[in-house]
Design a protein around this ligand. Sequence first.
Ligand SMILES: [Zn+2]
Length: 896
Amino acid sequence: MVAVDGDVQASSAAPYSESPFDDPINLAFNVDELVEGLRIAVARGDWLNVAFAASGILQAIDDAAAGTSSMPGRMATSATKGSSRVGRWVFAVLRLWRSVHPGRRRRWEIARVRQLLVAIGIDAAARVGELRTGEPREEGDIDVLVSKLRQYVEHLPEAWRHATTRIPSCFRSFDQHPADLDALAERFSRDVGDLTRPIVVAGVRTSGSYLAPFLAAGLQRLGHSDVALISVRSDQPLSSDDAHVLRRYAARNAKVLVTDDPPSSGYALASVGRSLESYGIPEASVHLALALFSDESSLPSSLAGYTATVLPFADWNIHDRLSPKALGDVVEELLHPVVVKDCIVFPLSKDGGRSHQSARLALTVEDRYGVHDLTLLVEGVGLGYFGDHDRAVSERLGSTPPDVIGVRDGLLFREWLPADAIKTPSVDDVVDYIERRSSAFREPNDRSLDMAGSQPVWEVASEQIARVYGRFWPLARLLFVDRLVKTLVRADRLAVPDGAMQAERWFTIDGDVRKVDVSTRTFGNLDLQTFDPAYDAVAFAVDHSDDHESVRREFSRRIETLSNEKWLLYELVRLWDDHRLHVIDSYESANGKGEALRRYLSNVLMYDIEPSVVGPLVALDVDGVIESEVFGFKAPSPSSVLAIRALVQHGYRPVVVSGRCVDDVRQLVSKFRMTAGVAEYGSALVLPDGTDASLLSGAQEEMLAALRGRLRRADNVRVDERYRHIVRASSLHGGNAVSLDSDVVASVLTPDFEIYDGVLQTDIVVSGVNKGRGARQLMEMLGDHQLALAVGDTVADIPLLQCADKRGVPAHASADVQQHANVKTKQPYQAGLLEIVSSFLGHEAGSCATCAAPVMSDQTKAVLALLRTTESSRPAVGVRTLRAMFAARKVNRSSR
Ligand SMILES: [Zn+2]
């Protein structure tokens, strides 16, 4: 173990480390760093890392040259999702433009660098193979190649030398091994037979770039005399050098061997296959060489047109490395002097398949203390510097992660922690851990900002918040949202974060807090790169803490101020991630995002006011009035919160009257400083002290309980247990919640109930219960008998409107609801509510000293302006967008 003296140790300049690969904490290397790593790895004969570094440099240069991460490049990539032809066209134009751009006329230099990298990559891959198979090899001229490479790289544009390389899933997040590529080469060679036919190995960026040199070296060793190597991407044309190579080989009837990660849908690979035709390669000459995560050798249907050589999962080399004999030998070597008498391997199940293998090892060992049992955990961590990252992180963190015994050939051996010691950590423990990481893994700059197109955290945040623009979100990102979000998430204290903060990864043993998976998620195949320690804090709070405020306070106190804006953005990203990984379903994700917006708007617009104790009552419906579906989930908007603020400040007592559950109504009441509420269509009340009361009879509650029980037992139906005085249920279609299927409704519908269908759910309410009745019972409890104003937008709100003196209906409501209104509006939804409240108060809400918005930061102003862009009628969107862009510009400028 390396001793850690607790405090700052900048990982980018770790003491005495000669090579960037000696202590690889930050795997987001740039080209210059990889060239240095490559040079030292050659000197040390560390051929695996030489091959990886050469592949990484080639990938980074090719992506930089193609403009993959540039804004037009990313636009082209999203256009490609519709048609790859459009994407390639845009890239072709982009490259043309870049080639005439001054300072970029270095085509011959780039071509030379690329040739050198290909030669070095294949040479190093061949040496890796020879070391493994024990075949000797003549010493080549790799030193000469490397010194030329260093010389030429110095002439590349600065931006390219600082370009960040992407990390290949195959050798970092999956257990692929050079031996697997040898196996593929052997199978292919057996199928084809002809050693003289020219072969072009085409690696699909990113993973294919790292796999291809091993495949090419394997083919050469088998006697294939003419093997070339090119780099491809599904949405881009080839580089001009590669296009030249390919056309030359096409004329000689070459086979093109396309390789990449194990495919999931196969669409990207199919698109690569099609694109090769435009270089003169017929479909019959395209051949796939792929490892698979399944044990069957069938490929996804999208790849059915191609011949293929595959390596089913059962044939991967990882199983040899995980055999009891192999593991016992490694343990003897790592724990020397010790004799392994027995080794039993218990594979640990992995969900999803596309990840590393791991196993518990039950060993009987003999050492100088005698014969005893020893339990270890072995897990795949990736090869070369990708796998060594896990060792380096654990060692630098000291005692919190399990003790690492060593890493051998892509497997990490560590102390076993018993499952019964899993315990959710306290907020203190979590912030303590984040603080330790942010000291130990400090980074000077945020390389995730350059990773556009690879789904870093800021990019997903930008996409989430840009969705106020509906399907025009890519345009909004391009216009101003990307830039604003990058500013909003800026952190002064940067470090390599954990990324895997789930409670089940925390243990308490003898009073000490321990954490596993301290290095798997960051730099992994699931993207979401960030260097902001705050992301870990938000991620933990979203998954495991009801008390977001105390996490935020502790983090701000001990590490760095965590703004409301950053919290909101990270919360949206975390929920997006949890939904994508099936930790939560679409329904839970929508609820979580709605809650995130409510928390944010409350924190920035209501923090300075208290609810009214006396005053006339105003009843507000929630769906369509306080909240509506703007981002694909229901959330309040700045307008509705400002309207509520104006009512409270002018001495009114707003109450919620809604179909939402008691918990939602209680949350809305407390977040927005309202007085009380009617929940579940008038079935229950939320009182000013926060308690709730049912308005149903015992018999009615029993009838609902029986219905709920029947639906719980039905297939593919999910009952929302938060609704206790009505039944809210959804049908599940492929994991997504929708309103109940009609046959299910027909089977439960009796005259005792009324049905309200929503998009995600169906509500079943006891007949005779309605919002008007609920509102009157609430008024009675609050000592009032009239509503000064009621606002609603659906037929269910008509009984409520009928209890009020002034009746407001936003413009989007249907005519049969509109006819009950006596306060007219032009605007729909929340903007309509703001208009109704302004008309009711006799002045624009927020315009007088009493109801003015509270003091807020420029950052808050910019986010509120963004949220307001699309909430009113369409013609106003342009003006509001300009306003939001100005607010964003102010933030960007002041943060410089
Ligand atoms: Zn006012």
